[in-house]
Write a protein that binds this ligand. Structure first.
Ligand SMILES: [Mg+2]
Length: 297
């Protein structure tokens, strides 16, 4: 399916989240972001870079990938073969990753915006934690990287690089069931359950899509195709700048994330007239019509 066709057939999203179970507006809830890593924050796949350079090679990798597609192998089984084929030290693997990885060109600006707006940002990935953390440290600096939670598989890697053994987060065919991780997060929250914003691109994100309140799918890729096929509401994006535009619509006037809205909410009610309102009604960035309307009945 071409990306143009995918985008054109977008007009299907159904309303889903205008209010929560308490009747509160979804748009005035605390927000938490979960984002896929490979193909989403970075345009490449950390595993592919390593497999192609230090392991089974691109042909075998593609063969194993297609066996996942046909059901001949599970994601976990095929992945264990790919990781098991590596013979490279972690340090040498990092050098190659640094050479080849390209971060989404608007991610840094986007991430700064989430920090400014006090929105927790978490990576949720089918990849291996040491690689993900290292890439974030390299591209964002350790101080900012430390603000990002990582929910992923882990790994045991021998010092000489001859053994790479994934430690799967869940005992399932996927190894990491992202839907379960988001459900576990919701269960762990003691107060109001946050509005879950999920950002992804591919096959490993399909299960998580059902757990998101607002879903962003990279244009023209497998997650978007899945959403269209299954009539799941989503917002397409080309870069994190598109996501930031939409996120600003959720933040402006939101008492949890907009400092001016917080100030207003703390005033006595008799002072909260329209003439004293300091809530900006429109973001300067937001010149395009918002696609969040797909989520409002
Ligand atoms: Mg991905």
């Amino acid at each position: 399916m071409s990306s143009t066709k995918v985008t054109r057939s977008l007009a299907v999203p159904k309303p889903s989240i205008s209010t929560d179970s308490h009747g509160n507006s979804s748009f005035n809830r605390p927000i938490t972001i979960f984002s896929d890593f490979d193909g989403t924050i970075f345009l490449q796949d950390t595993g592919h870079i390593l497999f192609d350079n230090f392991g089974c090679g691109p042909e075998k990798r593609k063969e194993l990938d297609s066996m996942i597609g046909t059901g001949e192998k599970t994601f976990r089984g095929a992945s264990e073969e790919m990781w098991g084929s590596l013979n490279v030290t972690l340090e040498d693997g990092f050098v190659k990753m640094k050479e080849e990885l390209v971060m989404d060109k608007h991610f840094k600006e986007f991430f700064d915006y989430t920090i400014k707006s006090n929105i927790p940002f978490n990576v949720i990935s089918a990849g291996l934690k040491p690689l993900l953390r290292h890439a974030l440290d390299e591209f964002l600096g350790k101080e900012k990287s430390a603000k990002i939670g990582i929910v992923s598989n882990d790994a045991t890697i021998s010092r000489d690089g001859s053994e790479w053994i994934p430690i799967w987060k869940h005992d399932t065919e996927l190894g990491h069931d992202k839907a379960k991780s988001i459900q576990d997060f919701k269960m762990s929250v003691s107060g109001e359950i946050p509005l879950i914003v999920f950002v992804g691109d591919g096959v490993s994100d399909l299960a998580a899509a059902s757990q998101a309140d607002i879903l962003f799918a990279r244009q023209g890729l497998a997650l978007e195709e899945y959403c269209i096929k299954n009539r799941i509401p989503y917002i397409p994006y080309e870069s994190f700048a598109d996501i930031q535009d939409e996120l600003e619509n959720l933040v402006v006037g939101n008492k949890h994330h907009d400092a001016s809205a917080k100030k207003l909410a703390s005033r006595p009610s008799y002072m909260r007239t329209s003439s004293t309102s300091q809530v900006p009604v429109e973001s300067s960035r937001n010149m395009k019509p918002s696609m969040l309307s797909a989520y409002v009945s």
